[in-house]
Design a protein around this ligand. Sequence first.
Ligand code: HEC
Ligand code: HEC
Length: 475
Amino acid sequence: MSKSPDTPIFIPALGGAALVLGIAFAVASRDYGSDRIETLQASFDTERANATAAVARASELETSVAELTAAADARIAAAESQIAAAESQIAALRDQVAAAGSAAPAATSVASAAPAAGPFGLGRTAHDEELAAWDVDVLPDGRGLPEGSGDVWTGEEVFAEKCASCHGDFAEGRDAWPVLAGGFDTLANPDPVKTVGSYWPYLSTVWDYVHRSMPFGNAGTLTDDETYAIVAYILYSNDLVDDDFTLSNETFLDVEMYNTEGFIVDDRPEAEYAMWSGEPCMENCKPAPVEITRRSTDVGVTPADDGSMAESPMEEQLALLGGTEWGKERVAGSVFMGPGGVAQDEPPEEERVASTEPASTESGAAEPDPALVARGEAVFRKCSSCHQVGEGAQNRSGPQLNGVVGRPVGGLDGFKYSNAFKAAHDEGRVWDEESLAAFLADPRGYLSGTRMSFRGLSEPDEIAAIVAYLGTVSE
Ligand code: HEC
Ligand code: HEC
């Protein structure tokens, strides 16, 4: 805007130039002296230069006016879209009020509806756009498919660009990434190859899965047509369609998947089917009024009002279940994992060190009580998810326990022990009945930092039984 005061110069300058031109012309034609002409010529040149400068300035001004106009237009557009957004918000709030059956007349609703309506004052009505964005599922009968299409060859190109780096050029899978083609008739093998071709029963799953979640790490970037084309290519890679096939919302149901008939309802009586089929039992219900005895905040599945969570929700919850017979069993046999699947450290207790002398085989010289050993074998079921014993016992998530009584702590070469175990090993500790009993009563209390995620056995007679049993197992 700094140039605007100069604007008036422009008019007189042009006018002046014209005037001088006229004078010069008249003077020349009336045969005045040539000196005079030269003088006039000089002043004409000056005026012309002034005029040119003025014209240049005028065009500069024009540009800056255009710029200002554009900026103003943009601002107006922004304001307009803000107004539109506000209007749609107002409309949404009105809808909420209407939905909540509020008696408030629409005209006064905007302010009063701002906190969401409804009995709990939570949430708001979803916008149509949100519903449309969420409503992307596709069903086996083709419901939910968007209009669109893509052929095998387009699919090959898109697949090469976006999928082949992991799934291979021919959907054959690269490195450890999933194989998408082949594997036909391997499902009954011990090592079946489950692919879109050999295993997936519905084409809708392929379309939906690819559309929603691939390319891995870049989900949601495929257009509908790209998805049709890629799925056509995956079908072609599985020999399920010819190379001139075009997949679209219209040809979708023409495709026959190889394993459509391969899934059956497992209605064997020993399976779960019986539990969720049939009429639900609605008799013998607990008489009203129902009493609330615990809240979810107590067991750590919901934060308390101050945002804190109950510690170790699993243990809490299992302790709660311990009140029933079923729960008691669970609790006794439970495995507790800390975050990241590793048992949490507990403050080291005064170490109850295992005897560093070689285990005295004599101490168990008296024949073990067979009933106690049998009981111990039953208790061992609590350990068998992690430990094996007996002939051919292997290390699983815990080391095999053959001959563990008398074995050095952390003594198996092939097993990756925790540092706590390695340290105990380096100290030369050896398992004997006493140290095993102490360890099994409270693994983490006994050897802080152990990876054995087991709560411990609480019943002394269980401990005695399992120690007796472990004393009998050897290679
Ligand atoms: C960065 C590697 C990567 C890329 C690129 C990629 N995927 Fe995948 N894909 C995966 C992984 C990993 C899985 C397994 C995901 C899982 O099981 O949670 C997978 C699974 C799949 C499956 C299911 C396989 C099965 O049998 O369970 C299909 C189908 C699939 N991808 C298609 C595609 C398509 C089509 C593209 C290209 C648009 C693509 N993927 C791009 C890594 C990738
Ligand atoms: C969740 C799996 C798991 C369960 C259940 C489990 N353990 Fe362990 N156990 C381990 C792991 C892991 C180690 C190795 C600990 C380490 O390295 O810190 C281990 C170590 C041991 C050791 C020491 C072995 C050695 O070579 O030093 C004994 C003894 C043992 N467990 C006995 C038992 C008994 C008896 C039970 C059942 C009452 C049981 N464990 C339940 C995982 C388990």
